[in-house]
Design a binder for this molecule. Structure first.
Ligand code: SF4
Length: 329
């Protein structure tokens, strides 16, 4: 029997994440010539849930899950043209260290620096996170600006926060009359679907605001039965789920893979919303797919899928007041 105040199951699972590269290499049974391609030390450390590591075939690095989460020596290739530590110029949109106001009508709250996993291409991999999850100043700024009707909970990953912290957050935002919508940007259910437990669902159901979920899934291998069941629990609460993917070399840069992902998403009632061109963050240049190839991929997707299953191909340009659609540029 578990002790009375033991952490929830999802937190216990999270603590079993691989964070030690040597242990992961042993688990993946990589031969020395492939181990040599793995970066052993990095300021953006390894963080990989066991269930994702279990999806990687043994003895290979040629795998979409491996490439997304295991650091390669290519990350040390710095100075690639246009790549920087703050590719979206987020520092210039900070109202506080945790509140970004970039687009009309919505603000983004960087709720935590913690995630279920560390994606090697993350555009916030160099972000200066604030450790303490209290948002007094941010609530006041949001309350003072009636033009804002939506708050995006981002990070890191907002589902890293405890239900207690999230409840306080939702209650405080709900108390602001002009706030109508909350958007969760999360990848947690892909890595630790146990996060979507009874308590979390009850929390969502108790919120007066309209809630949207935007998940982040890049490859069909990420969407297994446990993940689908967790997402279905959210949908059964009347919440719409959108997906955004990042176009990544060696992960999802073929029409067949992307079509399979989009098909799987719509079969589960999830809208394939965006394919993002890679944000040019320092350390991720080896993931870049040229826009020309991305456009060809989208063109092929149009032939393979119904219109509603084809995501919008966009790029985020630092300083622009909306995302840039690439198909019309
Ligand atoms: S889950 Fe999101 S915020 Fe966290 S590392 Fe991945 S892309 Fe970045």
């Amino acid at each position: 029997m578990l002790p009375l105040h033991s952490p929830p199951l999802w937190r216990q699972i999270q603590r079993k994440n691989f964070t030690n590269i040597e242990k992961l290499l042993e688990f993946l049974q990589l031969p020395p010539e492939l181990s040599a391609k793995v970066l052993k030390k990095n300021s953006f450390p390894l963080n990989l849930p066991l269930r994702l590591a279990e999806k990687i075939p043994k003895g290979t690095i040629d795998d979409p899950i491996f490439r997304q989460f295991v650091p390669l020596v290519e990350e040390e290739m710095t100075g690639s043209e246009g790549f920087s530590c703050d590719p979206l110029l987020e520092n210039s949109f900070k109202k506080t260290p945790r509140l970004l106001h970039k687009y009309h009508g919505r603000v983004l709250l960087v709720t935590t620096g913690s995630c279920a996993m560390h994606c090697r291409y993350c555009f916030r991999r160099h972000f200066d996170y604030f450790p303490e999850p209290t948002f007094t100043e941010e609530y006041q700024l949001i309350a003072d600006d009636p033009s804002v009707n939506e708050v995006i909970l981002s990070g890191g990953d907002p589902l890293s926060l405890s239900d207690k912290t999230l409840r306080t957050l939702l209650e405080n935002l709900s108390a602001i009359p002009h706030i109508k919508k909350i958007r969760f940007h999360t990848r947690f259910p892909i890595g630790i679907p146990e996060r979507i437990d009874d308590e979390f669902i009850a929390l969502l159901n108790s919120c007066r605001l309209r809630i949207w979920f935007v998940i982040h899934c890049n490859h069909p291998n990420e969407l297994d039965e446990d993940v689908s069941n967790a997402l279905e629990r959210i949908q059964k609460s009347g919440i719409v789920i959108l997906n955004q993917s990042v176009l990544l070399k060696g992960v999802n840069d073929t029409p067949e893979t992307m079509a399979a992902l989009c098909q799987l998403l719509v079969d589960k009632g999830i809208v394939p919303y965006y394919i993002h061109q890679l944000d040019k963050v320092e350390g991720a240049a080896h993931f870049e797919v040229p826009e020309r190839e991305g456009l060809q991929l989208i063109e092929k997707l149009r032939r393979l899928l119904p219109g509603y299953a084809v995501p919008r191909y966009v790029r985020e340009v630092g300083g622009d007041l909306h995302k840039t659609p690439l198909e019309s540029s």
